[in-house]
Each structure stands twice: as C-alpha cells, then as structure tokens.
Design a protein around this ligand. Sequence first.
Ligand code: ZN
Length: 257
Amino acid sequence: MRLVDAHCHLQDEEFDQDRDYVVERARESGVVSIVTSSLNSLDASKALAVGRNYPDYVYVCIGSNPSNLDLKETSYLMSIIEKHRSSIVGVGEVGLDYYWVRENQYREIQRSLFREWIGFVEELRLPLIVHSRSAGKYAVQILLETNFRQVLMHAFDGRIGWATKAAREGVYFSIPTSVWHSRQKQKLVKELPLDSLLVESDSPVLSPIKEKRNEPANLVYAVRKIAELKGVSEDEVAEKTTVNARKFFNLKTRNLQ
Ligand SMILES: [Zn+2]
C-alpha cells in the first residue's frame, strides 16, 4: 500500500523527541510522501529544515494560521513563500476559523485575508490548502467566487451540501484519520466521490484514537474506514488517494519511489 499524507504538522514540537522514529513508522506503514504544513514564519523555517532532513519524502507547505489577522505578518509570510518557491509544494494552511474568531469584524478581516491568499497563490501557481473550521460554507463561497480551483479543503467540518458543490467544481478534500470515529467525516466520505479525496493525518492532532498524539503511520485507519464506507478495497482507496495527492501537489515530476 502506498499512501500520501496530504496534511500534517511534522515540525510540531510534539515530534521533537522522536521525529526519526515517527518517519520510520510512516515508511513502514506504506506512507510514501508526507506533506507538512506550517502556520507562521518560525514554523515555516522549522518545516523547511524538517523537509531538508527527509529529502524526497517530506514536502513543505507554508501558510498562515487563520486566527492571525496581522497584515504585516501576512505580507512577511508571502515574501518567505516567494523566496522559497522552489522548495515548497504548496501554500497552506490558510483560510477561515470561526471557532476561534467569533466577532464579525474580525471574521471580516479573515475573509479579506483569505481572498488575498487566493489571489497570491493564483499568481504563483501553487496549490492551496484551506482550513475552514466552523466556516465551511463561507470558505467554499469565497473560493467559488474566484476561478481558482487548485484547492484542498482539509478536515472539512461544514455541511455536506457545500462540500459536494465544491467537489463538483474540482476542489479536493482530504479526509483525516479522525474519520475513524467522526460521524461528520464519515458522512463526507459517503457523499464525495473517491476522485475528490485525499487522506491526511493532521498530526499531531485528529488522531483515530482520541486523546492520543497522532502520526502519519495512522493514515491506514483513514484508508480502512473509507474502504468500508465506500465498499471498495483498501488498495483501491490507497491508490486513488495517492494518485490524487501526486496530481494535486505535482509530486509526479519529483523524485518518488
Ligand atoms: Zn493542520
């Protein structure tokens, strides 16, 4: 089985003590590539360092925590992305978080920053990973206002109707390992075609086993659950999601085993 972890945070301090072992276990479980996403400038440099440590295995995305509403930090992050354009495979995560940001005036800033990010990646021709906690509808609406479609909605928690609408437009969805117990994620899997799906661990969070640190090796749980829900083999889920991930991040042209 060959799997791509489309979204996680491997540079997180939770992995500082045993990152080599985490990567080793991922390789043993069939994970052939890991895409790690960062949330601020410090996190970005750490992610780039982790990427250099595992060449042709860990790929890096640079993004901005959606709760960060600082314009200066945002433009600084954009300059970092331009500088490292050739060492990264995408921009993310960015997006909306209505769970942490409650006030309308701040949500408005989030929406305008999100629009800026979309314009930015469109120009750079990089794929975009979108975070949309408690704001699925708004994130999809903003995306569909634009013509940009190289988008991965990660751990989507919104209404299924908005997900299917986006998927019909060519937007991808990565299903997290928490699909093992999350009814909402299971519903998402049932309604979306396999052609729109990738898998992610979102390590160190969204573990299949609640309260436990998550790691990329747990992707097999997502594959097992998707196979069960779709009534197809685990191999088929692995193959489809890996093809989708390679296409989305343009990993094909890179040196993959
Ligand atoms: Zn994440």
